[in-house]
Design a protein around this ligand. Structure first.
Ligand code: C2E
Ligand code: MG
Ligand code: MG
Ligand code: MG
Length: 286
């Protein structure tokens, strides 16, 4: 009957929840272990000026390789780290490692102008974020302009009145601020007015519709136009073919990254890629 049915539904629901939270707890446990056992590492994806083809930077992206070789994507474990607070330690490590790697590139004669590091909203609630960033820069003898922070609209959404002054302070020091995944999540055009930004990144979901007769393609066009009106450089994510590159360039989009240039890769491969990019003549504009 209906009553039993409803109760069964509740039991079913409760069971699903407990399975999910147990899965969550297990994943967190494995992640803690992975962090301490050095199963986490960074890969880098070049960011390229679409007109001059100069490499303007590289985005650091976190990877987790299990001892059995299985690669776990960040979209599955970063949310778990964010919910548990582990993201603070993890984020601090990412910052240190990214700075160490940029320094190492410079010492090898590779003049990568800067590294872009993703920083989640949760990290902005920690009072020592700025101090940690300064420590990482100092320790590896980098200046603030060598670093760009990629924040998402969830950072912009933090009602905390400290975020805006903190971003201003960072930007005043010379640290770059990019608004990632623009147009997804809880976007508000007011953020573009309120926040001190150096760049907006168009989400690849829009970029990949270019050339199609879709709303997504129109949205990509409008974001580029918006950037031009606001004199805010735009970087397109997820450029996978030459046609998209050319189209974006003609539309006035300054920069891009994507599989067409290179997938994210370990530091040693970035060195090889850099040399090839500059020796093959591809870096010269046509
Ligand atoms: P994101 O910052 O928007 O990074 C861009 C994602 O697009 C990366 O996925 C990258 O591998 C992927 N991508 C780049 N080019 C292409 C392309 O041409 N085609 C396609 N299909 N994909 C492309 P990934 O590495 O899996 O990272 C996913 C998300 O995880 C990132 O999105 C970022 O939000 C988060 N993440 C990664 N590393 C960190 C980190 O160190 N800290 C924090 N807080 N978040 C991170
Ligand atoms: Mg990013
Ligand atoms: Mg993005
Ligand atoms: Mg993202």
């Amino acid at each position: 009957d209906a009553k039993r049915h409803a109760r069964g539904g509740v039991v079913q629901y409760a069971r699903t929840m407990s399975v999910r939270s147990r899965h969550h707890a297990e994943l967190l446990d494995r992640l803690h272990h992975a962090f301490h056992e050095h199963e986490l590492f960074l890969v880098y994806q070049p960011q390229v000026d679409l007109v001059t083809r100069a490499v303007i930077g590289a985005e650091a992206l976190l990877r987790w390789r299990r001892p059995d070789g299985q690669l776990i994507p960040p979209d599955t474990f970063i949310p778990v780290a964010e919910q548990s607070g582990l993201i603070d330690a993890l984020g601090a490590w990412v910052m240190q490692q990214a700075c160490a790697d940029l320094r190492s590139l410079h010492q090898q004669g590779i003049g990568l102008p800067r590294v872009a590091v993703n920083v989640s909203a949760v990290q902005f609630r920690s009072p020592c974020l700025l101090e940690r960033i300064q420590q990482a820069l100092q320790r590896h003898e980098l200046s603030a302009h060598h670093l760009e922070l990629e924040i998402t609209e969830s950072v912009a959404m933090l009602s905390d009145a400290q975020v805006e002054p903190l971003l201003r302070q960072m930007r005043g020091m010379g640290i770059g601020i990019a608004l990632d995944d623009f147009g997804t999540g809880y976007s508000s055009l007011a953020y573009l007015e309120r926040l001190p930004l150096d760049r907006i990144k168009i989400d690849r979901g829009f970029v990949q519709q270019l050339g199609q007769n879709t709303h997504g393609a129109r949205i990509a066009e409008v974001i580029i136009e918006l950037g031009q009106r606001l004199q805010l450089p735009v970087l397109a994510e997820g450029i996978e073919d030459e046609a998209s590159w050319r189209q974006l360039r003609e539309m006035g989009c300054q920069a891009g990254q994507g599989y067409w240039f290179s997938p994210p890769m370990p530091l040693s491969a970035l060195v090889t890629w850099w040399q090839h990019w500059h020796e093959s003549g591809i870096a010269r504009a046509d």
